[in-house]
Design a protein. Sequence first.
Length: 166
Amino acid sequence: MKKRMIFCILIIISLLVGCGEDEGDEEYVSNESARDSYYYPDIQNQVFYGTWGFKLEITQGVSDPSIAWYTTGFKYVIVTIFKGKIDLKDNRIANFNDAIWTWHTGLGKGREGNISYYDGQDMRFGEILDTVTPLEPGTYYITAWGYDDNYDLFRSTQEYEHVYQK
């Protein structure tokens, strides 16, 4: 129950807060540690407009992909798999009912920057379930995003296509 509540709060924040940056973000970025040199301000097509990009590495062609990235150091990072292309409206996810799996830093499994599929949980109609079901053959779309300590959406990835064929 606690896991669901945390995730629901994160989802609500991502849908309601929006993704714009304020002028203070540029100063924050320029003062980040050397670790953050792995973030790519010039990446285009991040899921959320106005965020700094980061890249995912995803095990391809399997029903239970592992997902890795350079750690963000943020308390709140979310990775989600969708059964359809991610649709945005006003820089917010409009088709959250297409989310079928998720992992976030509040689950207590895996670690930020390196997760296995079984560290996450199934999702149905925007709710996190207590199960983890391998993907059926098909095409899926994976993305991740992170919030800074002020709960501002600050980083996001591109939409990655993942194809699993038996």
